[in-house]
Design a protein around this ligand. Structure first.
Ligand SMILES: Nc1ncnc2c1ncn2[C@@H]1O[C@H](COP(=O)(O)OP(=O)(O)O)[C@@H](O)[C@H]1O
Ligand SMILES: [Mg+2]
Length: 313
């Protein structure tokens, strides 16, 4: 049965057509005959307990420069949709959090992917701390004395913002780096939140592996190898995508996380693994499914729609 699907995303005109995971999901949905509507998060409204958005019918094509057509805009009550894809990119700020509060109102009549309540409760670098034995030593704080004692214990560390993304403001600080004091000062004026201090993992040279789980089950993976002159593996920072297999340890990690993700309605999740350790559980708008398919891996968009269709039957 065709589903009535709305996607909440950033402006579709500006996406990277060949790399965007949301776009891959939309292409697959359309191929299956589902009807697509599109809106950006700034068009959401909550009025007397009902959630509305100005939506536009959407058609997509896997063609650079000609990837979408929008129909006539209309004000829709979001509960009329079978499925809403919550897919805007971070920053995970209070505007983002507010959209999760609004989308929460249309459940369970509408299936929101991922579940907005649990997206809100699972910021990527916080949720992962529920699994301390799978993580590198990690401190979340803005307290100087705490950071100094962590640094004394662990030597080389990484400092990065708690709500950062795409490798922004990720620094390696070596044991004897005299810039630490200034970096601390800069973090404390730049970020209102606590930040992440983590043991530096030399294994990052071999890559930061993105593993996708669909409804708690392993679906595919891609390794991202940092450029020679950068710590960061993010593809937007020049990290190179490479085909990969899961290690035994990574399989164990997926088995441990699976039930927690499934229980929370986190259907489309990307975890990041460096060496033997997870550093993030991405639930807001994970990416990587096109890279995985382009490298000869599975078509994860199909797996996701199989699951969604089963849940909507
Ligand atoms: N503890 C660490 N050890 C080594 N490299 C790290 C560590 N933490 C982050 N990095 C590097 O920085 C990149 C970005 O960090 P990450 O924690 O994934 O934040 P973001 O949300 O910005 O992607 C990683 O892909 C990796 O290359
Ligand atoms: Mg990352």
């Amino acid at each position: 049965m065709p589903l009535n699907v709305a996607v909440q995303m950033d402006p579709i005109a500006r996406i990277n057509v060949k790399g965007d995971s949301t776009f891959a999901l939309l292409l697959e949905a359309q191929a299956r005959g589902h009807r697509l509507s599109y809106y950006t998060p700034d068009r959401l409204a909550l009025l007397n307990g009902k959630v509305f958005a100005a939506v536009e019918p959407l058609q997509v094509r896997d063609e650079l420069g000609n990837h979408f057509t929008l129909g006539t805009q209309r004000r829709a009550e979001l509960s009329e949709f079978d499925v809403v894809l919550l897919r805007q990119d971070p920053p995970f700020d209070l505007a983002y959090v507010t959209t999760t509060h609004l989308l929460e109102r249309i459940q369970p009549g509408t299936l929101v992917v991922n579940d907005p309540t649990h997206v809100r409760n699972a910021p990527e670098k916080v949720f992962v701390t529920e699994f301390p034995d799978l993580m590198p030593p990690t401190l979340i704080t803005r307290d100087l004395a705490e950071i100094k004692s962590f640094r004394a214990e662990h030597g080389d560390i990484v400092m990065k913002p708690l709500y950062g993304h795409g490798g922004g403001a990720v620094f390696r600080v070596t044991r004897d780096d005299l810039n630490f004091g200034s970096l601390y000062d800069m973090f404390s004026v730049t970020f209102r939140e606590q930040w992440v201090v983590q043991k530096f993992l030399p294994a990052v040279k071999a890559g930061d592996k993105r593993i996708i789980l669909v409804d708690g089950e392993f679906a595919g993976a891609v390794n991202r190898i940092p450029a020679e002159d950068d710590l960061r593996s993010n593809m937007v920072r020049g990290g190179a995508a490479a085909a990969t297999q899961l290690t035994a340890r990574e399989r164990q990690i997926c088995e441990r996380l699976g039930p927690a993700l499934r229980e929370r309605g986190l259907m489309f999740v990307g975890i990041d693994v460096i060496g033997d350790f997870i550093t993030e559980i991405n639930v807001t708008s994970p990416t990587g499914i096109r890279a995985i398919k382009n490298l000869g891996g599975p078509d994860i968009a199909k797996l996701i729609w199989d699951k969604i269709e089963r849940k909507r039957q």
